[in-house]
Design a protein around this ligand. Sequence first.
Ligand SMILES: Cc1cc2nc3c(=O)[nH]c(=O)nc-3n(C[C@H](O)[C@H](O)[C@H](O)COP(=O)(O)OP(=O)(O)OC[C@H]3O[C@@H](n4cnc5c(N)ncnc54)[C@H](O)[C@@H]3O)c2cc1C
Length: 614
Amino acid sequence: MGLFARRKTIFVDSDILVIGGGMAGCGATYESRYWGRDLKIVCVEKANIERSGAVAQGLYAINCYMGMQWDENQPEDHVRYARNDLMGLVREDLGYDIARHVDSTVHKFEEWGLPIMKDPETGRYQREGKWQIMIHGESYKPIVAEAARKAATEVYNRIMVTHLLTDATKLNRVAGAVGFNVRTGDFYVFRSKAVIVCAGGASHIFKPRAVGEGMGRTWYAPWSSASAYALPILVGAKMTQMENRIVLTRFKDGYGPVGAYFLHLKTYTENAYGEEYESKWYEHTKELVGDYVNRHPVPTCLRNHALLEEVKAGRGPIRMVTKEAFQDPHKETVGWENFLGMTISQAVVWASQNTDPKYTNPELTTSEPYVMGSHATCSGAWASGPADCAPSDYQWGYNRMMTVDGLFGAGDTIGGTAHKFSSGSFTEGRIAGKAAVNYVNDLGNERPEVSEAEYRGLEKVIFQPLETYRIGRNEIVAGTVSPSYILPIHGLQRLEKVMDEYVGGISAHYTTNEPMLDRGLELLGMLKEDLAHLGAEDLHQLQRAWELHHRVLASEAVTRHTMYRTETRWPGYYYRADHPKLDDKNWHCFTLSRYDRETGEWELEKAPVYHIVD
Ligand SMILES: Cc1cc2nc3c(=O)[nH]c(=O)nc-3n(C[C@H](O)[C@H](O)[C@H](O)COP(=O)(O)OP(=O)(O)OC[C@H]3O[C@@H](n4cnc5c(N)ncnc54)[C@H](O)[C@@H]3O)c2cc1C
C-alpha cells in the first residue's frame, strides 16, 4: 500500500508533446520551437536525452548527406537508391522530402559543434561512401540534445510513456499520453493538442544470437522497445511494411559496423576456403527475384542472401579480408578508430579472441531481425505526405500525420522511408514539428478533451504489475517461479522464442510459412493473455513490463503482415518457404494494417506504390 499511497499524479499541458528525445525527437522539438515561438513544447523521454536512443554511444559516420552544395548528389538520386535497396517499395514522396532538407540539418550539426572530417585536398566533407560522411561522433547525441533542450519549454526525462490518450468527443483524435516516472513512480498525464511519436525502433523481439549473460549485446539498441509502433497501433493508427524486418551482416559477436571497411578500406569477403562466393549465387538469386539482382548497388538483403546460402552450403565461416588493407598504417588506424565512436566492444571482443585484423581475417555473421523505419528497412506508421509532391492517395492532412488526427511521427516511427539514418531522422522530426505547429495553429482555441475515466483506468492498468507482485511473491515455489505471475524477463524470452522459431528468426534460417505463422499467432495470443499476470518487483521491472507489452504488440503486427504478403520480397531478410519468389504482379504494393482495440481484430489491406521519380 505504501508505494500506492505516495504516488502523485502530475498533469502537464502542452500544445505539442514529443515522445522520445532521440534523433527524430530532438529534431521535432527544435523545429516546433522555430515555427511555434509562443507554443508550449514538451519533450518526454524514458531515459535522459543527453545520451538516449540508438545514437547514445555516438556514431562514426552520418549516413545520409546529399552534398548538394558541391553537386555531389540530388534528392532524386537518393530516392532511386532507397527504392532499389528496398526491392522497389518505398514512399518516394516522403523520401524525397527528407533528402531535399537533410543537408541543412547536417550543416546545423556542424554549426552546433559536431566535428565533421574534411578531405584535405578539396575541403569538402570526407566521404566514406556515396551517401556517408565521416564524423568524430562520440558526442553526437549530447550536441543534438542541447539544441532540443534549449528549444523545449520543458524536457521530462525518465518518463516511460505507456499509452496515448484520445479525445473524449472525437475518438480518432489524439489528446495526449500517460506514463510513469521510472525513478519516483509518479503517474504522468500529458494533455496536448498534437503529439509527435519519435520512440525509436525495436530490438529483442526476435531471439538474439547473444543469449544468457550476453543478451544485452544486440546490434540495434537494446532499449529500443517498439513503443514507436505499439503506441500508435493501440489508438488505431494504420501501420505499413511491418513484415520488412532487417537483418544485418556485421562482425561476429561484437556487431561492429562493416560500412567503413567495405567503402573506405576497400576490404572484401571470402568463404572459409578463401573463395569469392557472391557471384556463385547469381543465377540462383535471379531465379528468386529476377532483374533486382542486377541492380547497382546490389540490394542489402540480396547480399545477406548470398552469405546465408554459402554458410548453408557448409562453406562458412565467412570472413572479411582485412589482412591486406591493414598493411597500410593509415587504413589500419581508420579500421580501429571506426569502432571508437560507436562500438568499442568490437575491439574488445577481438582482443579477447586473439583476433588482430592485420594478421587474421575476422568473421562476419548475420544478426537476428530487427524492426525499424530508418535503416535499410522501412517498417512503421502510415503517414500523410508533403503537400507539393505526395500523390492524393498519400495525402489526408498534415505532413507526417498518421491516420489519427493530431498524431505525428518521425524517424524509426514512420514507415515507407528507408535510409534516413541519424541525419534523416532528425530532418523528418523537423518536418513533423513544422506540420504539427500548423495543425495546432489551425485548431485555434479548440482543445481535445481528456477524459478522467480514461486516464484513471489506465493508471490502474499501468501499476497493476507492482500490485500483482506484492500479493503473489509469498507464493514463490522456487527461485523466481510463482504460480501467480510471470516476470518481464520470462515474458521476453517467451516472445523471442516464438518469433525466432515461427516468424523467421535465426534458428529457423529466417524462414517461415503460413502454418508456422498461424501457430506463432496462436502462441502470441496465449502470451498476450499471460501479460495480464505480469509481476514487477520495482519500478525498473515495471518499465520492463511495459516495454514487453509494446514488443508483443509490435511482434503481432510483424507476424500478421508477414502472413499477408504471400511472396518472398526480401530474401536475406526473411523467406516465405510457401511463396519463395518475389511476385511483382501481385505484391508491388505496400501492406497496411489497422488494429481495433475494442475487438482485438486486425484488418489488412494493400496500398499502391507510386513512382514519382523516374
Ligand atoms: C548500431 C547502430 C549503428 C548505426 N549507425 C549509424 C551510422 O553510422 N550513421 C547514421 O547516420 N545512423 C546510424 N544509425 C541509425 C540511427 O541511429 C537511427 O536512424 C536514429 O537514431 C533513429 O532515430 P529515432 O529518433 O527514430 O530513434 P532513436 O534515436 O533511437 O530515439 C528514440 C528515443 O525514444 C525513447 N523512447 C523509446 N520508447 C519510449 C517510451 N515508451 N517513452 C519515452 N521515451 C521512449 C528512447 O529512449 C530514445 O531516446 C545506427 C543505429 C544503430 C543502432
